[in-house]
Design a binder for this molecule. Structure first.
Ligand code: FRU
Length: 481
């Protein structure tokens, strides 16, 4: 064996042992330790800020604080120190950040500043608190007169605040009653209750991390509706945690569901999409509604086989509403910035599966984007020498992803499985990263996100089907950090 080969093999073994092999190349991950929900997503003075539920002291849930990172393109993140830390036995649970044009009176020497609105958690109570930053989010001061809302409740959390007409509106979860409550404020300090929504839709789990925003119909008709997103745990279609949403009207006081109360709409049919939150204050000229979610599931998050970090975020996605044969649906597409990561391209049109597979025989990558049509074929992703593979395809009118043989699936019995989504369009856009697969079908109206933990040598890609069947595909290797 040459020295070079020996070196390559031993560094592979080291990488495998370190768990770093699963560190994503184009998804957010904390440098080390545990994360769950994304928090406080906001755009301010040229930077996207991502805060996130973070344990500064370990790689399982605990000591919840807000980790912090900034990015200019939603893909390359610079890690910053913890923004809000657990203090006096109160953990910092999920919440949001807004750009305040000094309605609070807290902005010093500048016409605006950042205000964080979050849940302070103690074993007995959850209350809503605020904190201010006057230095581009780098340091934060908790408001001396916190809490700003205290209902004396044990479960009352995850405030999301947005500007509506001339006031602030907060949507916050009352998880165990399957309700969200709306509040209004003029100064972010004094809040008045407006109304409740729920229980409706999926009500078998706790309601957490709500969000509410207007969303235009795709195609520029000028029409729009309000989307109320409510994460629910458990009760999602793939099991455990997931995101449901309601489409309706919001008049500044009440949300009215346009569908009947028993209609359940799911944003993502995979098992790993939870606690989604949309970016606040994205420039008006841009006009995008972008959201991001925790790429995991409470069923097994604490056992995911990665180290020294545990927990990553999904690709940020641009949202729109699209008319489908079943009615209006949320559509998601990876943010346009992703195309800047495209490097080497492989493209084949109207070839047989046999020809495509010969071309892909020596393909080896852990980070790529693939666009294809799965009418005549299924996809085998992250194929390895020991039979590892993640299978993606259609079965009657269902899109499915089978991760039962995807690699390390034994860390929790809830992890292996086949996930399905009703789906008529057969064209898919697939994002593969070191430990994840995201599928956007049609125009993004059906999405499926799943983590996978394949071996280091499982980097192959093949089409599966009748060898003479015809397919087309375009594939780009995506650049790493
Ligand atoms: C959702 C959640 C939130 C809570 C946070 C605590 O995943 O349970 O409701 O604020 O995580 O880390």
């Amino acid at each position: 064996m040459t020295r070079h080969l020996l070196f390559a093999l031993s560094s592979m073994a080291l990488l495998a042992a370190s768990g770093e092999q699963f560190r994503p190349t184009f998804h957010f991950s904390p440098a080390k330790n545990w994360t769950n929900d994304p928090n406080g997503a906001v755009y301010y003075r040229g930077e996207y800020h991502l805060f996130y539920q973070y344990n500064p002291f370990g790689d399982v849930w605990g000591h919840m604080s807000w980790g912090h990172a900034v990015s200019k393109d939603l893909l390359h993140w610079n890690h910053l120190p913890v923004a809000l830390a657990e203090e006096n036995g109160a953990m910092i649970f999920s919440g949001s950040v807004v750009v305040d044009p000094n309605t609070s009176g807290f902005c010093i020497a500048s016409p605006d500043c950042l205000i964080a609105i979050y849940t302070a958690h103690t074993p007995a109570f959850q209350t809503q608190h605020i904190a201010v930053s006057n230095d581009l989010g780098r340091t934060w001061k908790k408001y001396a007169a916190n809490p700003v809302i205290d209902l004396g409740m044990k479960d009352f959390r995850d405030p999301k605040v947005f500007r509506h007409a001339d006031k602030w509106v907060m949507v916050v979860a009352i998880p165990l009653e399957q309700k969200v409550r709306f509040f209004a404020s003029t100064d972010l300090k004094k809040w008045d209750a407006l109304s409740d929504f729920g229980p409706q839709g999926a009500i078998n789990g706790a309601w957490e991390c709500p969000d509410l925003f207007p969303l235009p119909f795709f195609g520029g008709s000028g029409n729009s509706k309000w989307v109320l997103s409510v994460n629910v745990n458990p009760g999602a279609p793939a099991g455990g945690s997931g995101n449901q949403y309601f489409i309706g009207e919001f008049d500044g006081k009440n949300f009215r569901n346009s569908n009947s109360a028993d209609v359940k709409l799911w944003a993502d049919w995979g098992k790993d999409f939870y606690a989604s939150t949309s970016f606040s204050d994205v420039p008006r000229k841009d006009g995008r509604r972008i959201w991001i979610a925790w790429f995991s599931n409470w069923l097994y998050a604490r056992e995911e086989p990665t180290t020294p970090f545990r927990g990553i975020m999904t690709i940020p996605r641009t949202l729109s509403l699209r008319q489908t044969k079943d009615g209006l649906r949320l559509a998601q597409t990876p943010v346009a910035e992703l195309s800047k990561l495209r490097r080497r391209k492989i493209e084949m049109h109207g070839v047989t599966i046999a020809q495509a597979n010969r071309r892909l025989d020596r393909f080896a990558s852990k980070a790529y984007e693939l666009q294809t049509d799965l009418s005549n074929a299924s996809l085998l992703l992250r194929v390895g020498p020991e039979g590892e593979q993640t299978l993606v395809g259609f079965e009657s009118d269902n899109l499915f992803m089978d991760r039962t043989h995807s690699g390390n699936v034994g860390f929790n019995k809830e992890f292996p499985g086949i996930h399905r989504a009703p789906c008529l369009p057969r064209n898919v856009r697939v994002l593969v990263d070191s430990s994840s697969v995201e599928i956007f079908a049609g125009n993004g109206e059906v999405v499926m996100s799943d983590r996978i933990f394949p071996g280091l040598r499982s980097t192959g890609l093949q089409f599966k089907g009748v060898p003479s069947a015809r397919i087309s595909f375009t594939l780009w290797i995506l650049a790493g950090k």
